[in-house]
Design a protein around this ligand. Structure first.
Ligand SMILES: Nc1ncnc2c1ncn2[C@@H]1O[C@H](COP(=O)(O)OP(=O)(O)O)[C@@H](O)[C@H]1O
Ligand SMILES: [Mg+2]
Length: 1016
């Protein structure tokens, strides 16, 4: 499902990145081609990869890029991330790999870098430079300040492209100027500034375009996209066909270009870069002026003098440029001459006037472009006060310069451009091919010489002092007399005619002559032969307008610019840009300015110096077809480019002897896992490590060589075998690593937990110890106070003893509380301390009262009655009768002898007993006999009653209570007398004995023996 979602494109990209030194499709580094000398094999590899949309391939560290002419999904943020910080050779070839490599070299080696992008027009140079810039913008560290710089760096592109790019036959967005851009990085690797150098804008395009080509984009963008208001202010119509400068190529619309959208992008970019609205307006004033200038037409008076037929244009121009119409008119139709030391204005004919007009347009546009670049540079300038720490910034330079160009008609511009490419090629040769040789030398490996074409000979032909083509051209421009383009050609023939790389019609053999015009000379460039038409060389070299300003033949435009200047220094109105562009000093300076070709030569020399001081990376762009078509691989065209880019030579040199080389540490790092001695780490010298490793791998002596710091491997297949082994090894390593990692992570987790536990324990122990210490201290304090208190206990209350005293009281009270008597009978009571003696007594009473009260409250009426009876019994019998103690626990039963049963007659309750006789008599022994004494009057008849009861105490008590005779119970010790009847008396004798025995004694007494139960 994942694969389907990605689409075949995505799958391929994924697979490609998964492969390492090799690709599934061909080889990703040409040095790994088995047949490295075959151009056919080279192109076949390129073709195979191109068909699979693999547009990038290496030759060593040089990146070859084929323009796909379609959007590929290989520039996403994920791709950028994939290439970030990765070893160059570990991932599939990509422009990001080159960018990242340069960036890292800059950071680690602190060496300035440059990336040289070359290739012919339309091969993808500008796109490549944009991709690099985007890569840095996304991947480099950023802060808010840096973001502004990044934005400006990125946004400088659309602006420069609008003003400096145009549609040509070769490329819809062809750069018509050379560009070298420095990106400055601070010590953290963040981009902090930039600087742009521009080279030779193709100014002639402003006034003329070949069929099928356009003027610079900005003109169309302004007319198509400009707001109604703006166009009205500028006096423009929304119709490109209205403007002479825009109709020459007959190509107003290009399908791949949307001028209206581009306009919006440019407007936005301008404000990002820091243009305010006034500056933008002013800039557009100038663009509009150029268009108006193009529409200025001349007629001829009878005298032949030119006059202006289009007054509206003059009106607009006067307003936009801020000069008076009359001055403008005069300037456009006259030239200044100096005759006999006097300045005069001499009229021009209409042809001259038209070329003066075009010269003015070109000059204005060209200078404005330079002004624009300067303005952008100001905005990109690395602001030291903003980044005070980044004093010595490192630099990565990006060179995107016009590629080698061959047209049907080639003029001065192509001459300059191709010369520039010769110089770059020379730099390439010098730096790459030579460095290769030097590397062998420095590594101590024998160099087998490789033949390569050194184009120095052509560079010399063009630039040599006195003898070079440029010198001859300058000479021709300067010399007095009638110099012309043709005299220049003649002079060339005379001077460099014998040069092996130079031919003219006259000098050529018959075959060549057929394809050459008489006004042409041919240079045999490294990239191929080019015929240059000399027409216009002198004028273009002189830069018509300015080089002639101070000459007698000067155009009236001198006057114009003096006016522009004069005007604007006084009143700061619209065209301050022009004032800056056309410096007054320059116009009045007596020194002759340099020719265009010399200026260009010098600026190229400077550029070479800049590039030489940096470490170069190369991107060689190839254009697959002339039709800007995706998927078309035009073999003839490509073979030509491969040849003139010197790619085969480049490869041959790289492969001279050895296909592959790496620094020892890199090689060892990558393959060390393949040998037990080097895995996981090699401790000794790197060279020994590598030597051990390759021996273990079974490399044969002829397959490799060890240099001073690098290993050189002769055949690709040796390397492939090693790669395969690594691929297999990786799996087992991965498993091992995972296991180790798991172990490690678990262990660290465990250690962390353990550590935490120990920490918690320690804390807890600490807390416990603190508590214990506190407890002990308190205990010691208490004991000390106690002892002290004990010593002082006799003293009156004072701080020393108060604790003790309180404690004693407290403990007494607590003890009391715990051991209070439970019953009234319990008489125990703790001994109080002296201070509480009184309180103790009171408490004791209270306690007793409380118990009694509680006890009493609980007693029932029956029980009370019982106790009352018992009390009476006690009063009567206690200590008097022997069987009393036994009767105490026995309850009196209410069923026996309750009050109603006892007749009040016997004995009468109201009649007191005889005072002499008791009413009831009983013995002190344990017997149950008792006598009820009947009162005397009654007694005459019946006598007293002798009774016996088992419950004698109960019976007597109840009877006594009932008869209210409690005090009249007589307890007798020896014998009881009683009345028998009619005055007769009986006696009962009581004697203690062992058992109860009642007998009639001899003396007539009743004798009772009863056991004595209690000894009294
Ligand atoms: N990497 C690329 N991916 C997609 N299209 C590209 C790529 N490189 C170039 N092109 C296409 O080719 C055209 C020309 O590229 P450009 O960089 O302007 O060429 P040069 O600057 O070399 O003249 C671009 O407008 C674009 O359409
Ligand atoms: Mg370009």
């Amino acid at each position: 499902a994942l694969f389907r979602a990605l689409g075949s494109e995505g799958v391929r990209v994924m697979m490609e990145s998964a492969l390492t030194a090799r690709d599934r499709v061909g080889v990703q580094d040409f040095v790994l081609l088995e047949n490295h000398t075959s151009e056919a094999a080279f192109i076949e590899n390129l073709r195979k990869r191109f068909k699979e949309n693999l547009i990038y391939t290496y030759i060593g560290s040089v990146l070859v890029s084929v323009n796909p002419y379609k959007e590929l999904e290989i520039y996403t943020k994920q791709h950028m991330e994939r290439y970030r910080g990765v070893n160059f050779y570990e991932v599939s070839p990509h422009i990001y790999a080159v960018s990242d490599n340069a960036y890292r070299s800059m950071r680690t080696e602190r060496r300035d870098q440059c990336i040289l992008i070359s290739g012919e027009s339309g091969a993808g140079k500008t796109e490549a430079s944009k991709k690099i810039l985007q890569y840095y913008a996304v991947t480099c560290p950023a802060s808010e300040q840096v973001q502004t710089v990044k934005d400006r760096l990125l946004q400088s592109n659309p602006v420069l492209e609008a003003f400096g790019n145009a549609k040509t036959l070769r490329n819809d967005n062809s750069s018509r100027f050379g560009k070298y851009m420095d990106i400055q990085f601070d010590f953290r690797g963040a981009p902090v500034g930039g600087h742009i150098l521009n080279y030779l804008l193709e100014k002639s395009r402003v006034v003329h375009q070949n069929h099928g080509e356009r003027n610079f984009h900005i003109f169309y963008q302004l007319i198509e996209g400009g707001e109604e208001d703006l166009l009205r202010r500028l006096g423009l119509e929304r119709n490109t066909q209205q403007y002479q400068y825009l109709v020459k190529g007959n190509c107003p619309k290009v399908s791949s270009i949307n001028d209206r959208n581009d306009w919006k992008a440019v407007r936005k970019a301008l404000s990002v870069i820091g243009f305010n609205d006034d500056e933008v307006e002013e800039l557009l004033n100038i663009i509009a002026s150029v268009l108006h200038l193009g529409n200025v037409q001349f007629g001829a008076e009878e005298s032949g003098n030119a006059y202006i037929t289009t007054d509206t244009q003059i009106k607009y121009l006067a307003r936009l440029l801020g000069v008076e119409g009359s001055i403008l008119k005069e300037a456009l139709t006259h030239k200044k001459i100096i005759a006999k030391g006097e300045e005069l204005m001499s009229p021009l004919n209409s042809e001259q006037a038209a070329s003066a007009r075009d010269a003015l347009s070109k000059a204005v546009y060209g200078r404005t472009f330079t002004w624009l670049v300067n303005k952008i540079n100001l905005s990109l300038a690395y602001k030291d006060d903003l980044y005070p720490l980044s004093k010595n910034a490192s630099v990565i330079g990006l060179l995107d310069i016009y590629g080698f160009e061959v047209f049907q008609q080639n003029s001065f511009e192509q001459f300059c451009i191709n010369y520039c490419n010769e110089k770059l090629q020379q730099l390439f040769i010098e730096l790459t091919l030579k460095s290769e040789q030097e590397e062998y030398e420095s590594e101590g490996i024998t160099w087998e010489p490789v033949q390569f074409f050194n184009n120095k000979i052509i560079c010399d032909l063009v630039e040599e002092k006195f003898k070079g083509i440029i010198s001859i051209l300058d000479e021709e421009c300067l010399r007095p007399g009638d110099a012309s383009d043709l005299t220049f050609l003649e002079k060339l023939e005379n001077t460099v005619g014998g040069h092996a790389h130079f031919v003219t019609h006259k000098l050529a053999d018959g075959k060549t002559r057929k394809v050459m015009g008489r006004e042409e000379f041919r240079l045999l460039h490294y990239a191929g032969e080019v015929n240059y038409n000399v027409n216009g060389f002198l004028d273009k070299n002189n830069d018509l307008l300015f080089r002639n300003l101070k000459e007698v033949r000067a155009l009236g435009l001198t006057v114009l610019f003096c006016c522009v200047n004069a005007h604007h220094t006084s009143s700061l109105c619209c065209s301050s840009i022009l004032t800056q562009c056309f410096d007054r000093e320059e116009l009045t300076d007596k020194k002759r300015p340099e020719t265009t070709a010399t200026q260009f030569k010098n600026s190229l020399a400077k550029l070479m110096e800049i590039l030489m001081s940096k470490e170069p990376s190369y991107i060689r762009c190839i254009k697959p077809n002339d039709a800007k078509q995706a998927g078309r691989f035009d073999e003839v065209l490509i073979r030509h480019q491969v040849k003139y880019l010197g790619l085969m030579e480049n490869l041959r040199v790289r492969r001279a002897g050895f296909a592959y080389r790496r620094r020892y540490e890199v090689f060892l790092q990558r393959y060390k896992s393949l040998c037990p001695d080097t895995w996981p780490n090699w401790k000794g010298r790197l060279a020994d490590g590598v030597s051990t490793l390759v021996k273990h791998l079974g490399y044969k002596p002829e397959e490799y060589k060890l240099g001073r710091s690098k290993i050189f491997i002769r055949f690709p297949k040796t390397l492939f075998a090693t790669e395969d082994a690594l691929e297999v090894r990786k799996h087992s390593l991965a498993t091992k690593l995972q296991a180790c990692w798991r172990g490690y992570s678990q262990k660290s987790k465990y250690l962390k937990m353990r550590h935490s536990a120990i920490l918690i324990q320690a804390w807890w122990r600490g807390i416990l110890a603190l508590r214990e210490a506190k407890r002990r201290r308190t205990a010691a304090d208490t004991i000390r106070r106690f002892i002290k208190g004990f010593i002082y206990r006799k003293q009156p209350r004072c701080p020393e003893n108060e604790y003790f005293l309180d404690y004693v009281r407290y403990s007494f009270l607590m003890n009391l509380w715990r051991n209070l008597p439970k019953t009234v009978l319990d008489k125990s009571w703790p001994t109080p301390p002296p201070a509480l003696t009184e309180a103790s007594e009171q408490l004791r009473n209270l306690c007793m009262q409380n118990m009694v009260w509680t006890y009493c409250k609980r007693i029932s009426p029956e029980r009370k009655h019982q106790l009352e009876q018992k009390l009476v019994a006690s009063e009567i019998f206690k200590d008097k009768k022997d069987n009393y103690p036994q009767s105490v626990p026995k309850l009196f039963a209410s069923t026996r002898l309750n009050g109603e049963e006892i007749s009040p007659k016997v004995p009468n309750a109201h009649e007191p007993c005889h005072p002499v006789f008791p009413c009831i008599s009983v013995s002190s022994l344990s017997d149950g006999l008792f006598v009820l004494h009947v009162p005397c009057e009654d007694n005459k008849q019946k006598g007293d009653v002798v009774l016996q009861s088992d419950h004698v105490i109960e019976t007597l008590t109840k009877v006594a209570i009932c008869a209210d005779k409690i005090n009249n119970v007589n307890i007798s010790q020896g014998s009881i007398k009683f009345t028998v009847g009619r005055g007769k008396e009986g006696v009962i004798d009581f004697t203690p004995g062992s058992e109860l025995l009642v007998t009639k004694a001899k003396n007539g007494h009743l004798s009772v023996t009863a056991p004595r139960l209690n000894s009294r």
